[in-house]
Design a protein around this ligand. Structure first.
Ligand code: HEM
Length: 281
């Protein structure tokens, strides 16, 4: 799937939650085997960076695995033709994560209307570190995100407390980065330019639009399951497929605040983005 949330509208930090058709929960494409292999490798070599589980997250993790075992063979019978059995030697969230391309997070209710990250398998972070977020609430998790607190912090907590298992939702986050890697913990990237400023073809071929389709689904355990499916395309690829993409991206990016530009690490690409999109500040 290709999601193009930078649609020319002014940049805002918003919840942007939409109702999700339960049948569209998980998305599978031709990269699934490579992405699962990459997850397996990261779980073996960088385990502490990509997997964390507190005791409070166990019941939600077990329900997540059961939910997937029921869902996947019905939705994708060509891939999951045999019944999937539970491997008692593996943490249920790790087993769940190795079935699909999505990253998985369990958010558990905590005192005073807070929601804390109680278990997660996140192999494809977009320049953040799971270890900083384990056991933290939504406000602390989003501490580095400009405008989160003033615009949507309390509304997000309230929404989590109102989720019910019969009404899942989804939303999109996106950014533009100078690396196509799926695994990008916080130290990654912000390379010096790989091209001469003004060489816009090279710029567009080596700069990437990264979108995250996120779903939120209340579990019967009282936890909320958060999934993150990451898509990466070069600006060049999207420009070829979607004629409006280039100008729309410029129109949306140009309206972001200085704090957002700083947070997203857009400084090194800012001049080239304006030149390539033709939209100037
Ligand atoms: C409806 C719920 C949520 C909303 C509205 C929301 C909103 C956002 C926004 C606007 C950003 C900034 C992204 C960017 O501009 O690049 C962000 C980043 C982030 N979100 Fe959320 N989010 C939600 C749920 C969650 C949950 C459940 C988690 C749990 C892991 C989470 C983890 C993060 C992290 C780790 C970042 C990056 C923070 C950093 O740079 O350190 N979000 N979120």
């Amino acid at each position: 799937m290709t999601y193009l949330p930078a649609n020319g509208s002014p940049f805002t930090v918003s919840m942007g939650m939409r109702a999700m058709d339960p049948n569209e929960w998980i998305e599978i494409d031709e990269h699934i085997d490579a992405e699962i292999a990459q997850k397996r490798e990261l779980l073996a070599t960088n385990r502490k960076q990509v997997f964390a589980a507190l005791e409070e997250g166990l019941a939600g993790s077990q329900e997540t695995l059961r939910k997937l075992i029921e869902f996947l063979p019905k939705r994708f019978p060509e891939r999951f033709s045999e019944p999937i059995s539970i491997d008692p030697n593996m943490h249920p969230l790790e087993q769940a994560s190795l079935l699909i391309q999505e990253d998985l997070v369990i958010m558990s209710p905590a005192p005073e209307g807070q929601w804390i990250l109680s278990a997660a398998c996140v192999c494809f972070p977009s320049r953040w570190d799971l270890l900083d977020k384990v056991g933290e609430n939504l406000h602390s998790i989003h501490g580095p995100v400009p405008h989160y607190e003033e615009r949507i912090g309390y509304a997000t907590d309230a929404m989590f407390s109102k989720f019910t298992p019969d009404r899942p939702g989804w939303r999109i986050n996106w950014t533009v980065l100078d690396s196509p890697d799926l695994f990008q913990p916080s130290g990654t990237g912000r390379k010096a330019r790989a091209h001469e400023s003004g060489d816009l073809e090279t710029f567009a071929a080596n700069t990437y639009f990264r979108s995250e389709r996120q779903t939120l689904w209340a579990l019967t355990t009282g936890d909320v399951l958060f999934t993150i499916r990451t898509y990466v395309n070069s600006l060049e690829q999207l420009d070829e497929r979607f004629p409006q993409f280039r100008e729309n991206l410029g129109k949306t990016m140009i309206t972001s605040s200085a704090q957002t530009q700083e947070y997203k690490g857009w400084g090194p690409i800012w001049d080239d983005i304006q030149a390539w999109t033709g939209v100037h500040q």
